[in-house]
Design a protein around this ligand. Structure first.
Ligand code: BDR
Ligand code: CA
Length: 342
């Protein structure tokens, strides 16, 4: 099928989805323009499917990929797989940074598998990457955007946005807010005793984004470790009997095993999907404005997010820190949205 015809068909499908669900945008909020920056990753793929199944609330302008859970070629392929499984091939995927700003790359193959997607067979998706680099895409898009109009959902190391901000600091003007999956305070870390993976993988990038002064929300392990899978929750997703539900159930069944054993938890977190749930239904969560500092020094506290929850230092509050969430509400939302897909 010629490329233009294919894109036209995809566009019509998206518009149809949008028409079906228009008027049902979560909490009456207007539709957001969103760029999803991601390192798929099991939970990233779940997050992408949740976002792409919610066109009435989220206008996903693009998916930008970064090295993190696995190498950049694999995260970029997995992002395209998620896009294919959502039937949303009109959404461009731009590949970005293959390594952190300064430090040596680390990966999380022990959790996400060698291909970055546990529990399912991976393959080369039908459609390729968009031409151009993710960092340039961020600079161009945010630079041209109406003031404070674009939300950036950060589901991996923050390298791409940091590089864009270093090259073109004025792009903060186009940003409505940045929502980060990352950090840990009350919960402790998951890659060191105090650091969460995304912050540890590129603490320098996280510091650049924090210092830029953009409106920031952090969705840390404090909340994601309270929103756990259960057999029943995964079964309900599997029971949707569609491809998306089947894939998500297979991925989650495999993905949660390591965390359940390591932390002695009754289920596993689906970290990155919480960022999308926050955008769709913020009422499911609670938190507060706090002062956040990030440690990027080599040593035992590298990547630690020092979250001044009790305002002990009286410093300016620079992030909204999400601390708890309605786990059942989250899984109900995820299941309901996945049911919309093929
Ligand atoms: C974060 O690290 C990655 O492994 C996950 O995809 C998530 O973004 C959780 O610490
Ligand atoms: Ca991730």
């Amino acid at each position: 099928m010629p490329k233009y015809r294919r894109i036209a068909i995809q566009l019509i499908r998206s518009l149809a989805l949008l028409a079906i669900f228009s008027g049902t945008a979560a909490h009456g909020a207007e539709r957001r323009d969103v760029i999803i920056d991601t390192d798929p990753g099991a939970d990233d793929v779940v997050a992408l499917l949740l976002a792409l199944a919610s066109p009435e609330a989220l206008n996903v302008l693009a998916i930008t990929t970064v090295a993190g859970n696995v190498r950049i070629d694999k995260t970029s392929r997995n992002a395209r797989l998620a896009r294919e499984w959502a039937g949303r091939e009109e959404v461009p995927v731009y590949a970005g940074a293959g390594q952190p700003l300064v430090r040596t790359p680390i990966y999380a193959e022990n959790i996400h598998g060698a291909e970055g997607l546990p529990g399912v067979a991976v393959y080369e998706p039908k459609h390729g990457l968009a031409k151009g680099n993710a960092v340039q895409y961020l600079i161009d898009t945010l630079g041209k955007a109406a003031p404070h109009s674009v939300t950036v959902a950060m589901l991996g190391p923050q390298t791409n946005l940091a590089l864009a901000l270093i090259q073109a600091p004025e792009i903060t003007r186009g940003i409505k807010e940045v929502v980060v999956m990352g950090g840990a305070h009350f919960n402790g870390g998951n890659i060191t005793p105090v650091a969460e993976f995304n912050l540890f993988a590129d603490p320098d990038a996280a510091k650049v984004v924090l210092a830029s002064g953009v409106k920031l929300t952090y969705v840390p392990l404090d909340v994601t470790h309270k929103m756990l899978t259960s057999d029943q929750r995964i079964q309900k997703i599997k029971g949707l009997n569609n491809r998306a539900g089947e894939r998500v159930a297979d991925i989650l069944n495999e993905y949660v095993k390591a965390d359940m054993v390591h932390y002695g938890l009754p289920g596993g977190p689906v970290h990155d999907a919480s960022v999308i749930a926050w955008l769709l239904k913020p009422d499911l969560f609670s938190g507060r404005q706090i002062n956040l500092a990030i440690d990027n020094r080599e040593g035992v506290t590298m990547g630690q997010t020092v979250a001044d929850w009790y305002d002990t230092l009286g410093r300016p509050k620079n992030v909204y820190w999400v601390e708890s969430g309605d786990a059942q509400g989250f899984f109900d939302l995820l299941t309901e949205r996945l049911a919309r897909l093929k």
